[in-house]
Design a protein around this ligand. Structure first.
Ligand code: ATP
Ligand code: FE
Length: 328
């Protein structure tokens, strides 16, 4: 079975193809068009993002099909992100996939963007619930308990900034450029993680929340006091990773879970991966290229929906900007 997945939730046009032959799904192709137009504004301009998706989507779909060596008529299932994200951007990928499903008379699955991020790890491992899922991306720092496939219970989330947002902001104030995550990771390799004394956020909390805005303020003060960008990057990365790790491990113990999936853009971070490897939990990460937004993760989530016997989505389904995966 061939599944095509589309993500246009923000400023990347992502299309991926996945083959499902029973067992673990195989990624055949994963093409991402990243929009450059926003860099001159210092942030994503929603209206420009929608227009770029409209111009690019056809080419990215054709490219992903060609890279997989298949044609559109061979696709058995279509999947696309329906939320959360920028509404006009989401609509482009959603309408494209619904249109193709209608034309080909194939089932369509609407996928939650965060479920896509979680299933990005599914080509590496059998994601057998129960497990904990930590999504650390540009807009989310959410810890979910997944007792059964497709069921998500929010265990904790950030009180303020998302982890990726904090990496981006600290990189900007340290003059390290954009996107901040990779820039911090690179600079951190030449810095001293003990040079700047950050205090760990929410120490001693009973719950499982995260907080990054205090670290951002502390980084600004340390920068003004003369800390080098490298030391700042290394020290910030170390405390951010430590906080994510400690809270996740505590939650796993509390809930009796021994498996953890870490996904989203920040899960690409090498120091984070090394630290989580020592957690004592069975920890799974998405493979390279599947941490940040892409279409293959949406196809993988679509494959999981098919495997779980979930009914296809109605073609009347719309895009939703604010769409929680679970509530406390
Ligand atoms: P969301 O999924 O919450 O809507 P998003 O889709 O914009 O947000 P992603 O594409 O999953 O977010 O991730 C982007 C974020 O990941 C950025 O904040 C970026 O700085 C961060 N990031 C990417 N690579 C790394 C890295 N190596 N280390 C740390 N952070 C990273
Ligand atoms: Fe994302």
């Amino acid at each position: 079975m061939l599944i095509l997945g589309i993500d246009t939730s923000c400023d990347d046009t992502g299309v991926g193809l996945v083959r499902l032959e029973g067992g673990r799904p195989e990624i055949l192709s994963n093409l991402i068009w990243t929009q450059e137009v926003h860099s001159r504004y210092g942030g994503v301009m929603p209206e420009l993002a929608s227009r770029e998706h409209v111009e690019r989507i056809d080419g990215v779909v054709s490219g992903a099909l060609a890279a997989a060596g298949v044609t559109l008529s061979q696709v058995d299932v279509l999947a696309a992100t329906h939320g959360p994200g920028l509404i006009g951007a989401l609509l482009v990928g959603l309408m494209y996939a619904k249109g193709a499903a209608q034309a080909l008379d194939r089932p369509f699955y609407a996928v939650h963007h965060l479920e896509g991020h979680i299933y990005a790890a599914a080509s590496e491992a059998e994601l057998e619930p129960p497990y904990l899922a930590l999504v650390v991306s540009g807009g989310h720092t959410h810890l979910f308990d997944v007792p059964r496939a497709g069921e998500y219970r929010l265990v904790g989330a950030t009180r303020d900034d998302a982890a990726g947002e904090a990496f981006d902001k600290v990189a900007r104030l340290a003059g390290l450029g954009f996107p901040g995550g990779p820039a911090i990771a690179e600079a951190a390799r030449r810095g001293n993680p003990n040079a700047v004394a950050f205090s760990e956020p929410l120490q001693g909390q009973k719950g499982f929340e995260f907080s990054f805005s205090g670290l951002k303020t502390a980084a600004l003060l340390a920068s003004k006091a003369g800390a080098t960008p490298e030391d700042l990057a290394a020290s910030f990365q170390a405390v951010a990773v430590r906080s994510l790790l400690k809270t996740s491990v505590r939650a796993a113990r509390h809930l009796g879970r021994d498996t953890l999936v870490v996904s989203g853009g920040v899960a690409a971070n090498a120091a984070l991966r090394e630290a989580f490897a020592t957690s004592g939990l069975r920890t799974y990460f998405p493979p390279p290229g599947l941490n940040t937004d892409n279409g293959a993760m949406i196809a993988l989530a679509g494959a999981a929906a098919v495997l779980a016997g979930r009914p296809a989505s109605p073609l009347s389904i719309g895009a939703t900007a604010y769409l929680p995966l679970a509530s406390l």
